[in-house]
Design a protein around this ligand. Sequence first.
Ligand SMILES: C[S@@+](CC[C@H](N)C(=O)[O-])C[C@H]1O[C@@H](n2cnc3c(N)ncnc32)[C@H](O)[C@@H]1O
Length: 260
Amino acid sequence: MDELDLLFDLHRRNPRQGPGSRAATLRAIELAGLTPDRPLRIADLGCGTGASARVLAEVLDAWVTAVDFGQPFLDELERHARDEGVADRIETVKASIDDLRADDGRFRDGRFDVLWSEGAIYNLGFERGVRDWRRLLKPGGVLVVSEITWTTSSRPDDLQVFWDEVYPEIDLASAKIGVLEQAGYSPIGYFTLPPECWLEGYYRPLEKGFDAFLERHGNSPAARGIVQREHEEIERYRRCGAHYSYGMYIARRLEAPAPR
Ligand SMILES: C[S@@+](CC[C@H](N)C(=O)[O-])C[C@H]1O[C@@H](n2cnc3c(N)ncnc32)[C@H](O)[C@@H]1O
């Protein structure tokens, strides 16, 4: 099993694959002004096992196109969606969110009223993601995207060095909002995910699965390496989580062409 398959195996069993919560998804729905009064076509990009896609399908009159490159995650999403009675409102698509092709009818220009993406845009980079994805939205459509964000204007040197290496695009919310404005959106809402989205929502279920994961994989060096890295990430958050979080950005696509 290669590293990616091991990661799918570790994360597929958890309620979500990154920080977040049902309450945060509902809060973003409200800030975005989305209501069940009218049918909506929504894309959830980097959906994982569908923590947000299934809420969107449940509370809105929505047809959700849930996209991820992890088939094991999409299989779990479908299973949960069937159990929850929302399977007929979600289509899963195995595709890379950094290569959604306009000549594929499912990703043609202006197909969606709403683009949703929790904890996934860093895989492309925020600026590239919001620019590339914009064409998928109808003019006036809404983008809801969570992005790793500094929550303080200064922070410990070792934390700065770490993030500069793994994701140099990390920045303050004011800078991220500027990126949205430059890319042809008008910001309409913002909040940061509170600690329970990281701890109860994500890290605790993840930690609970470490022993069984190591057992399933014969305590292999690759499996131990993954658990070690996850431990380090959790420890970093426990130590320094006051300085960063996911920001949830809500913005409307402007009618005018995107500035260059
Ligand atoms: C941190 S997880 C978040 C998952 C889910 N949105 C959630 O909040 O639980 C990031 C997700 O993005 C997916 N992903 C990463 N790179 C991708 C790519 N290039 N194309 C499609 N999906 C990708 C991963 O498989 C994973 O499901």
